[in-house]
Write a protein that binds this ligand. Structure first.
Ligand code: SAM
Length: 239
């Protein structure tokens, strides 16, 4: 029997509820560029290279990263399964005059990415992969990210560390590879990671350019927590 929390439909419903009225994860509503995307832009600037487009954002939510990038002139495709978030993304592209450059698309990341091989210059995964709580989905997704990147293309991944202050108390059985938590406030399940586990999903098809962990104090479910994230930058080798 499939448990309700493992049911794909219920995972989508939980996200729709989160966007409609729960609003437990405040970062998603602030419309500030994520630190991982800032890191990517800083890296490109220091290296003196242009962001090769188009950009694919996996689990784009309401477009807080995709829309500013479109505002900078990049073509961005955002994938998410939550219609409530995509609707808001679409409204904002209209308001901000970047409708032709930022395209929200409904897609479930457990399925192959709806993108041609070697078609995108960068992939943004800002708390996307942690939603894939089955290891076979994470492995397939890692392969898909490598497939769609152009040679030399970059992937930035920001996701939860096993010691994240909000999620860690919900962990029952952490293991060396990471662990799945179910947030009782939202019903949403997430995978927490150790860095080595993340790298196993993307290497050797991609190479690691940078790997950091960072902490910041943030609000979740109306309380303040020290959040701990991995930030990893990968590149597809040029053959
Ligand atoms: C924490 S939000 C992050 C949104 C955005 N990346 C940001 O930085 O604001 C996680 C997003 O993952 C999406 N998501 C979760 N599971 C998904 C799946 N299987 N396929 C597509 N999107 C998914 C949710 O709808 C939600 O928008």
């Amino acid at each position: 029997m499939t448990s309700r929390s493992a049911d794909p439909q219920s995972a989508r419903d939980a996200w729709e509820r989160e966007y409609e009225d729960v609003h437990a994860y405040t970062t998603s509503y602030r419309d500030e560029l994520d630190r991982g995307v800032e890191f990517l832009l800083g890296y490109l600037k220091r290296a003196g290279i242009q962001l090769a487009g188009p950009v694919l954002e996996c689990a784009c939510g309401r477009g807080r990263n995709a829309i500013p990038l479109a505002g900078l002139g990049h073509a961005v495709v955002g994938l998410d399964h939550a219609l409530t978030a995509l609707r808001r993304f679409g409204e904002r592209t209209q308001r901000e005059g970047c409708r032709g450059r930022a395209l929200p698309v409904r897609h479930d990341l457990r399925e192959p990415l709806p993108i041609r091989d070697a078609a995108v210059g960068a992939v943004l995964d800002i708390t996307a992969i942690d939603n894939l709580v089955a290891s076979e989905h994470r492995r397939a997704y890692g392969r898909e990210v490598a497939r769609v990147l152009k040679p030399g293309g970059l992937a930035v991944v920001v996701t939860f560390d096993l010691d994240d202050g909000y999620y860690a108390p919900f962990l029952r059985r952490p293991d060396a590879a990471g662990a799945v938590v179910r947030d009782p406030n939202t019903g949403i399940r997430n995978q927490l990671f150790r860095a080595a586990e993340l790298d196993r999903l993307f290497l050797p098809a991609l190479e690691l350019l940078a790997g950091n962990r960072f902490d910041f104090v943030d609000e979740a479910a109306q309380e303040r927590w020290t959040r701990r994230f991995h930030l990893r930058l990968y590149r597809k080798p040029v053959a």
